[in-house]
Write a protein that binds this ligand. Structure first.
Ligand SMILES: Nc1nc2c(ncn2[C@@H]2O[C@@H]3COP(=O)(O)O[C@H]4[C@@H](O)[C@H](n5cnc6c(=O)[nH]c(N)nc65)O[C@@H]4COP(=O)(O)O[C@H]3[C@H]2O)c(=O)[nH]1
Length: 735
């Protein structure tokens, strides 16, 4: 028996007053009132009529009415009870609920319940269930159970049962829905609120308090308290969203921050809507909920950071920089003001990275990033492009080009100074200088791509000008850039078409015997004719073609060695090949050279690689490693243009060198400029001390040859002995 509740009810009349005494009392009162004496037969008739009426009333009642004896058996039942149990009222007299469709448990409950109530002698309301014979379903009743005393002195009970099944079910459904709703809300973790606008009272579910770390008692449940929890900077936006909803714009959905009791801040997704309005459409009630979306927001922020910021320096990355640059270009065009783009490349970063390790390189880059940011105004952007390249966007430089350039220059100068200051890397002091290219922007047709190219180009000019300096891009550079682009295209094609070949220039000994040759690249351009290497070698370096070009020259040199090896007169001749910085620093340079040597079948010890001092100084440790590996393969090394750079004797000692080449500028003036003569003599003495061969380049006169010979030079190269000639025209005598 589900859900049985008993309620005691107080009635006017004592429940145990016997019915017969009541009839006598009634008759006496009637006689007294009418002054007549009543005959027994009249009273009996009257009573019968009353009983018939009562029976009709009882049978017509929608409630179930029964009278039970002291054992719980039926004394009287109305028609709805009989219908409920699938029988007739008369049939029920003397039986009990267990004889009909009530389950044994229900029947036992009814019996014990009425016996108890009769014993207590108090009217009671009981909520109870019974089984409908017609449908077999359990129905719920609210029963008034009124005990009274029978004529025979035994207790009886009147039960009037009101069928509340529909109401109960409706209530159960409501409870079930509420239970489900609260389950769903708990599962989803929603904090729910319900705002009564008339009273300004807000009600919240438990989760609402939990999410904000409050106890119910902490807040007064008014809108002001909710307001207080909204993050200061988000308050206006939240109010706006709620007001729009109140004004009838429909449900709102808004993400904002809330401040928890402990001061921490969470991100919430809040939804709300007006659920009740008065006849005039004025809002009366609004409900809503919010969920904690902090984790998602943090994940989004992290994704954003990774997508747009360089993880090492924390500066905007290339992608974000491009976006900002496009905005800056747009702003400049709109306001007719100038902005500047600075392209910054660290001069000797690779050195540090290779000698001190990548961790040290990373530390340097981080510090560079910090210093760069320190040089800028809030509105400007410093970004890392990758590697050791940075970009700075300086905006709002005014409408005057000269002033804008001056300002950009002062920013760049500050960057030069700041970045050029010594760094403390793991306790050691290091230096790193930048080369900076600057381009102004402000023209409507400026594009980010083009500006970057120009700034990059100007940065290269700064490098060429000796590094640790800045250069502006100017229109003349633009022309050079276009020409360079055209040249690059045709060099690429030229290499494919075999337009690049080698010329050989003899190297002779003191007796003018040819002991070898230098291979010099020549580009036979279909329209421009013979393009000098000074023009296309730097280009090939810049556009990355040097790898291909260098390989091509090496291959040609090795092929020539193999041809010479077939004749005794030429089998010991050496060939020197120029190797440029970018080519040498290619990661697989050693393999490229050894592959070519091995494939061609040339003798490695007859191949000499000419490196300039700048190649050696660029990245000393890596250079030593590569040279040592090639040396182990038999390859020889020469320092080209010796004396023009800043070679440190300490490095010279560590390099596996075979030869120094005295730069032709010293040779040219050796007879006329005492300083050059001194330099030449010093180089010769130095070479002797280090047991290195020396080749004097650019020897054009017999006097120069005599001077060089007198001071111990044994090998010569220059027009005096032969100009560079095509391989087929090369002769074995050096006249
Ligand atoms: N005034 C004068 N000049 C003389 C005399 N004897 C030789 N020369 C020139 O001096 C340059 C010597 O080559 P370099 O110093 O290695 O200088 C070379 C070298 O640095 C570079 N180069 C040439 N070929 C290649 C190559 O295949 N690879 C690389 N990486 N660089 C190359 O181009 C530079 C210029 O080469 P070239 O124009 O062929 O110029 C050659 C040569 O023609 C002389 O008596 N008087």
């Amino acid at each position: 028996m589900d859900h049985v509740v008993e309620t005691t009810i107080a009635f006017d009349r004592p429940a145990c007053l016997p019915l017969r005494r009541e009839i006598h009392a009634l008759r006496a009162r009637l006689e007294h009132v009418s002054g007549d004496s009543w005959h027994c037969g009249d009273v009996e008739r009257d009573l019968r009529a009353q009983r018939a009426l009562l029976r009709t009333v009882v049978d017509e009642s929608p409630d179930l009415i029964v009278m039970k004896d002291h054992e719980g058996n039926f004394l009287l039942c109305n028609k709805p009870v009989a219908d409920f149990y699938g029988t007739t009222p008369d049939d029920m007299v003397g039986k009990h609920d267990g004889d009909y469709s009530a389950t044994p448990e229900q029947a036992e409950f009814f019996r014990r319940n009425v016996i108890e109530i009769m014993a207590r002698g108090e009217t009671v309301v009981v909520f109870e269930d019974s089984t409908d014979d017609r449908t077999g379903e359990t129905r719920h009743f609210k029963s008034i159970k009124k005990p009274f005393m029978g004529d025979d002195g035994l207790p009886r009970i009147l039960v009037i049962a009101h069928d509340i099944t529909d109401i109960t079910r409706a209530q159960q459904q409501v409870q079930e829905s509420e239970r489900r709703l609260s389950y769903v809300l708990n599962v989803t973790g929603e904090g729910v609120w319900d705002w009564d606008l008339a009273t300004d009272r807000l009600q919240h579910n438990q989760r609402w308090y939990e999410l904000l770390g409050y106890e119910k008692a902490d807040l007064s449940s008014t809108l002001a308290d909710f307001d207080h929890c909204v993050f200061d900077q988000d308050r206006d936006a939240v109010k706006l969203a709620i007001n729009r909803c109140l004004q009838g714009h429909g449900a709102y959905r808004h993400e904002h921050r809330m401040r928890r009791k402990d001061g921490s801040v969470i991100w919430v997704l809040e939804r709300g809507d007006v659920v009740e309005r008065d006849a005039e459409g004025r809002p009366l009630r609004m409900v809503g909920s919010f969920s904690d979306v902090t984790e998602r927001r943090l994940a989004e922020a992290e994704t954003q950071r990774l997508a747009f910021f360089d993880p090492l320096t924390g500066l905007p990355n290339r992608r974000l920089m491009l976006d900002r640059l496009e905005h800056a270009i747009g702003n400049s065009a709109r306001t007719s003001g100038y902005g500047a783009l600075l392209f910054i490349d660290l001069d000797n970063f690779k050195d540090l990275n290779d000698t001190k390790g990548h961790a040290a390189g990373d530390t340097l880059l981080k510090q560079v990033g910090q210093r760069l940011s320190g040089c800028l105004r809030q509105a400007d952007t410093a970004a890392r492009m990758g590697g050791d390249e940075f970009v700075v966007i300086v905006e709002n430089l005014g409408a005057d080009a000269m002033q804008a350039a001056t300002h950009a220059e002062s920013v760049a100068t500050m960057v030069l100074r700041e970045i050029g200051m010594p760094y403390d890397i793991d306790g050691a002091t290091c230096c790193s200088t930048p080369s900076i290219g600057i381009v102004l922007f402000g023209a409507p047709d400026d594009t980010a791509d083009e500006l970057l190219k120009r700034a990059d180009f100007a940065m290269y000019q700064a490098k060429s000008a000796g590094r640790n300096t800045l250069r502006f891009y100017d229109p003349a550079m633009q022309e050079a850039m276009l020409a360079r682009a055209a040249l690059e295209t045709s060099l690429r094609a030229g290499l494919q078409r075999g337009e690049v070949e080698i010329y050989l220039q003899p190297v002779v000994d003191a007796e003018r015997r040819v002991v070898g040759a230098e291979a010099l690249a020549r580009w036979q351009h279909p329209e421009r004719g013979n393009v000098p290497p000074a023009e296309f070698i730097p280009l090939a370096e810049q556009c990355g073609l040097i790898h291909q070009l260098g390989g091509h020259v090496l291959q040609a040199a090795c092929d020539q060695l193999v041809r010479w090896s077939r004749s005794p007169a030429s089998s010991t001749l050496k060939i020197s090949v120029n190797v440029s910085a970018r080519q040498f620093h290619q990661a697989d340079f050693v393999r490229q050279v050894t592959d070519i040597i091995d494939r061609s079948g040339a003798r490695a010890d007859l191949l000499k690689l000419e490196l300039t001092e700048s190649v050696l100084l660029d990245d000393v440790e890596a250079t030593i490693v590569k040279m040592t590996e090639l040396k182990a393969h038999g390859v020889c090394f020469s320092i080209d243009d010796f004396g023009t750079g800043y070679s440190s004797l300490a490095y010279l000692k560590r390099l596996p060198l075979d030869e120094l080449k005295i730069d032709r500028s010293f040779v040219a003036d050796v007879l006329t400029h005492p300083n050059d003569a001194t330099i030449v003599r010093t180089i010769l003495a130095l070479a002797q001390a280090f047991s290195l061969d020396v080749v004097a380049e650019g020897v054009e006169t017999e006097e120069q040859r005599q001077f060089l010979m007198q001071h111990g030079c044994a090998l010569f190269q220059g027009y005096l002995f032969g100009r560079p000639v095509a391989v087929g025209q090369f002769e074995l005598t050096g006249d």
